[in-house]
Design a protein around this ligand. Structure first.
Ligand code: F0G
Length: 336
């Protein structure tokens, strides 16, 4: 499969001949989830966005945002990030041969994402503050300097991310409901745009972590906290659009606790063979907890790969079995 600008050019704001910065993102697998299906009594599929080139759905938006920045002659792209946008920006900026800078909350991004941003050569700024502060600062920065902002406040990000809705409809033909984690609320907004452009209206169920659930509480959260660091956000940039998506689709936005997120995270790995990062498991945690109001055919979006956050994985899983290099010891270790 080509990258998504090539695949969906007729529905994206890119003309033939425009520069395209691509790592062949998109076209991710949709797999049936028999165990989750059994638990909820409906047909449930998982959209594996961790299969994108940098391991998260952010690549869909980033191919468009960075291609647009190159078209506009930008020499540097910047974003605030809880980690995945940073990793994606860094990869696409490297690919484009332009500068990349990311501002992340100090000590609050998963190890894999930090490694990616650094390896791709982005300048990584560790802010002594949270994501919401970082976003406010980069918005101000990009008003003063000729640097392209590629957070999901950039409309090209949503254009790219809406293609996941196209893929789902092409693959499944129909779906009744979509369950999705919500942080800065760009992705739920993008899916709704995609479905709307197709004239479809599956119900959108968005899930936030209980310690970072401004859309559920109806007010900003000054000090968001959750194990799902990717969605540790207290003042989503796409707040209004996410509420519109929820209302127009007759969906809901609900909270799930860290305990519920971690249960779903472990169960997806152990029962479905699918390792996603904690924030992604919020979609399944939400479905298991709140249901999907009678929907029969449901897709949960698993937004990022489990390898992004090895530390949480090791904390949440069993320990290794030490063993001497002798057959008897190996037999005991494996069969015992
Ligand atoms: N899942 C993962 C793995 C994410 O990284 C994010 C957001 C979301 C879900 C929520 O998506 O913000 O569009 O509602 N991560 C951003 C980042 C904030 O900086 O990587 P959203």
């Amino acid at each position: 499969m080509p990258g998504l600008i090539e695949r969906y050019r007729d529905r994206l704001p890119f003309a033939e001949g425009d520069p395209v910065v691509s790592l062949h993102e998109g076209s991710t697998p949709v797999v049936a989830a028999p165990w989750v299906s059994e638990r909820v009594g409906a047909e449930v599929f998982l959209k594996l966005e961790g299969a994108n080139p940098t391991g998260s759905f952010k690549d869909r938006g980033m191919t468009c945002a960075v291609s647009g920045a190159v078209r506009d002659g930008a020499e540097v792209v910047v974003c605030a990030s809880t980690g995945n946008t940073a990793a994606s920006l860094a990869a696409y900026a490297a690919r484009a041969g332009i500068g990349g800078a990311v501002i992340v909350p100090e000590g609050k991004i998963a190890a894999g994402k930090l490694a990616q941003a650094l390896m791709h050569g982005a300048r990584v700024i560790a802010l002594r503050g949270n994501f919401d502060q970082a976003l406010a600062l980069v918005r101000e920065l990009t008003q003063r300097h000729p640097i392209a902002l590629v957070n999901s406040v950039n409309p090209l990000r949503l254009e790219g991310q809406k293609t996941a809705a196209f893929e789902l409809v092409e693959e499944l033909e129909s779906l009744d409901a979509l369950c999705i984690p919500v942080g800065n609320a760009g992705n739920i907004t993008a899916y709704w745009k995609g479905f709307t452009e197709l004239g479809l209206a599956p119900r959108l169920f968005g899930f936030q972590a209980a310690g970072a659930a401004p859309l559920v509480e109806g007010r900003r959260v000054a000090h968001p906290e959750t194990v799902a660091s990717a969605i540790r956000i207290g003042n989503p940039a796409r707040w209004e659009e996410a509420m519109t998506a929820m209302t127009q689709s007759q969906g809901a936005i609900e909270a799930v606790t860290d305990g519920e997120i971690l249960d779903a995270y472990r169960l997806l790995a152990a029962r479905e063979g699918i390792f996603c990062e904690p924030a992604s498991a919020a979609s399944v945690a939400g479905l298991l907890k709140h249901g999907a109001d009678g929907a029969r055919r449901i897709v949960c979006v698993l937004t990022g790969h489990g390898l992004k956050d090895p530390q949480t994985a090791l904390e949440q899983s069993g320990s290794v079995v030490p063993c001497e290099p002798e057959l008897g010891a190996v037999e005991d270790a494996i069969l015992g």
